[in-house]
Ligand binder design. Structure first.
Ligand code: NAP
Length: 273
């Protein structure tokens, strides 16, 4: 990352993992070999993540844990309280990466800049080793750079074969920001795709594996979500084969643009739950 720290390029995400199941899911993932976990205050399952980390006996320095500031807490004092809650929930004294979950440009009088400045405090005091943003559009990144001079380490955005989010990926790259691709397998849609099935058959892998491999070769960071241990193993086995240029291009050719978003448009999303 642009702050000199490193991040595992593959992890596991726990969006929509029920709180009561989260400790089991993360324990299984750690057992499979995952060392990077992506959670958020909004997911309501930071406690389960923390429980699994403690139970695992794995040294904290070997793990990379990301969480995110919830939408209702962008004002600086609320962000400070929310971050305390995140650390208390996880039961750790630091996170490896803390993100503003959504820019909410139609809320808080359009001010996500003071929220970003508050995250820089958490980095200075060592409780967030790295800081970044999520769902930020090109214009939002420009404002952070112009008004604070502090460039996020990552921008976590929706990206998969059907919605590749190319303008944001390019802005990230130009600014030295790593792209984290959320919904990397388009929430399972890739499993039904004939083009991806052909690439998968040609390399003797599954559709999820070749899609994750496509992301990795493009340089993006991914953390597919699954509650099933067999799928955790499948999604983890993506470092012992490669896609050639034609196979990469076949998947890149599937882009349908913003109509293929699986989630909300960051320009208008304003949910404060
Ligand atoms: N920053 C944001 O706003 C934001 C938004 C959304 C997601 N995220 C992050 O990104 C992570 C991943 O995104 P996502 O969960 O939305 O979507 P995803 O990882 O693209 O897809 C998850 C879905 O695919 C299924 N699946 C997983 N592995 C599979 C495999 N090998 N074969 C077939 N199906 C498989 C899962 O089912 P089972 O669980 O039943 O196996 C689940 O239904 C999240 O967990 C979260 O950490 C961030």
């Amino acid at each position: 990352m642009n702050d000199g720290r490193t991040i595992p390029q593959l992890g596991i995400g726990v969006f929509q993992v029920p709180p009561a199941e989260t400790a089991r899911v993360v324990r299984d993932a750690l057992e499979v070999g995952y060392r990077h976990i992506d959670t958020a205050e909004m997911y309501g399952n930071e406690r389960g993540v923390g429980e699994a980390i403690r139970d695992s006996g794995i040294a904290r320095e070997e793990l990379f844990v990301t969480s995110k500031l919830n939408n209702g807490f962008h004002r600086p004092d609320e962000a400070r309280r929310a971050f305390d809650q995140t650390l208390a929930g996880l039961g750790t004294d630091h996170v490896d990466l803390f993100l503003i979950h959504w820019p909410l440009p139609t809320r808080y009088d359009g001010d996500f800049v003071s929220t970003w400045e508050t995250l820089t405090e958490f980095q200075r005091d060592g409780r967030a080793r790295s800081i970044g943003v999520s769902n930020f559009q090109v214009e939002h990144l420009r404002r952070l750079a112009d008004e604070t001079g502090v460039v996020p380490a990552v921008n976590q955005v929706e990206a998969h074969p059907y919605f590749q989010n190319q303008a944001v990926r390019e802005a990230n790259r130009a600014a030295g920001i790593l792209t984290e691709a959320w919904a990397p397998i388009a929430k399972g849609r890739v499993v039904e795709d004939p083009v991806i099935a052909k690439v998968a058959a040609d390399v003797g892998r599954t559709p999820a594996q070749v899609t994750l491999r496509w992301h990795l070769q493009r340089g993006d960071i991914v953390f597919p979500k699954t509650t099933h241990v067999e799928r955790m193993q499948e999604n983890f086995a993506v470092f012992d084969f490669e896609l050639d240029d034609a196979q990469m291009q076949a998947i890149t050719g599937l882009d349908e643009g913003p109509t293929a978003r699986t989630g909300p448009d960051p320009e208008t999303f304003d949910f404060l739950g």
